[in-house]
Design a protein around this ligand. Structure first.
Ligand SMILES: NC(=O)C1=CN([C@@H]2O[C@H](COP(=O)(O)OP(=O)(O)OC[C@H]3O[C@@H](n4cnc5c(N)ncnc54)[C@H](OP(=O)(O)O)[C@@H]3O)[C@@H](O)[C@H]2O)C=CC1
Ligand SMILES: O=CCCC(=O)O
Length: 293
């Protein structure tokens, strides 16, 4: 099977690599062309533009940073829309809001193409290991055709019905994750400032009812001040912002998430946006007084 792949950031590179390793023929495009080279070394072909990729491939997957990137790659000159049509499928796996996804879906359908949104849960390592959780919605026929590829990329895929449901599910999940990361950061600070060992706190957490892979993976690195980006903080803040907008639309009060969003915004303002989202710990530590009484 031949697929096109747009966007070779942290996630896109790992996902396209996985498809290549499982025998897919993959044609890649990335805004910064140099990032295609590692994929070429693994057997990928490079397309000049998103339109050229869609012209060549029956199925094109996108994994882009945010709503503005997702829209640009579809609607701008040399974009997806120029070549999408009958018999072609476009699958956007980026984390965006439902309105962005609907806009893309309507435009693709107007040209005769099929569209599935399929954001993912799971970060760099699960993407490398084909262990993502895929939250798909939209054209069911295209979804069914993509299941073999989703089975390579993920450990489980959900079909959630109409366009927007995948985007919304992803935002709810990441809203919870962002709040948990802030809570963990506060807990580590509180343990430290009150004379406890933060490492012992992590050990205690890992044995109890709120043990989870995120605390286990990120906690020790946070204590070392190590924030090599798996999930960039700027994207987590984007997801909090979009989840809060979803809360606004549905009149759901979310004070915990709103506070977490403020911490991520503060981290961005301090230049931490390209670090892992766990770097919000630095903001929480700062707010805690950095060693002052
Ligand atoms: N990292 C993670 O753990 C996870 C991320 N996600 C989501 O997946 C998506 C990708 O994340 P990730 O790979 O980490 O992000 P990266 O920041 O590593 O990569 C972003 C990609 O988007 C491209 N891009 C950005 N702006 C534009 C634009 N205007 N036009 C064209 N291309 C553009 C970048 O191109 P260029 O190289 O030129 O900058 C790059 O290929 C995001 O929506 C994120 O929220 C979902 C699950 C987990
Ligand atoms: O959107 C990013 C999610 C990261 C994760 O699920 O670990």
């Amino acid at each position: 099977m031949e697929v096109g792949f747009l966007g070779l950031g942290i996630m896109g590179k790992a996902m396209a690599t996985n498809l290549l390793r499982h025998g897919y023929r993959v044609t890649v495009w990335n805004r910064t062309t140099a990032k295609c080279q590692d994929l070429v070394a693994l057997g990928a072909t490079v397309g000049e533009t998103p339109a050229a990729i869609v012209a060549r491939c029956r199925y094109t997957i996108a994994m882009l940073s945010d709503p503005s990137a997702a829209l640009s790659v579809v609607f701008d000159k040399d974009g997806v829309l120029e070549q999408i049509g009958d018999g072609k499928g476009y699958i956007d796996m980026s984390t965006v809001d439902a309105a962005t996804s609907s806009k893309i879906s309507e435009a693709v359908k107007l040209k005769g193409g099929a569209f599935v949104e399929a954001p993912v849960s799971g970060s760099k390592k699960p993407a490398e290991d084909g262990q993502l959780v895929i939250l798909a919605a939209g054209d069911k026929k295209l979804y069914d055709e993509m299941v073999p590829a989703f089975d390579v990329l993920g450990k489980k895929s959900f079909f959630l019905g109409e366009i927007g449901n995948g985007a919304k599910m992803k935002l709810v999940v990441n809203m919870i994750m962002g709040s948990m990361m802030n809570s963990l950061s506060e807990g580590l600070c509180l343990a430290d400032k009150s004379g406890l060992s933060p490492q012992t706190l992590l050990d205690v957490l890992d044995l109890g009812a709120i043990a989870n892979p995120m605390f286990k993976l990120k906690g020790p690195a946070m204590l070392q001040g190590s924030y090599s980006p798996a999930f960039p903080l700027k994207h987590q803040q984007k997801d909090m912002r979009l989840a809060l907008a979803l809360g606004d639309e549905n009149a759901v009060s979310m004070p915990v998430s709103a506070a977490a969003n403020e911490a991520f915004k503060k981290a961005r303002s301090l230049g931490l946006g390209d670090l892992d989202f766990s770097a919000v710990y630095e903001v929480v530590k700062g707010a805690g007084g950095s060693g002052q009484a």
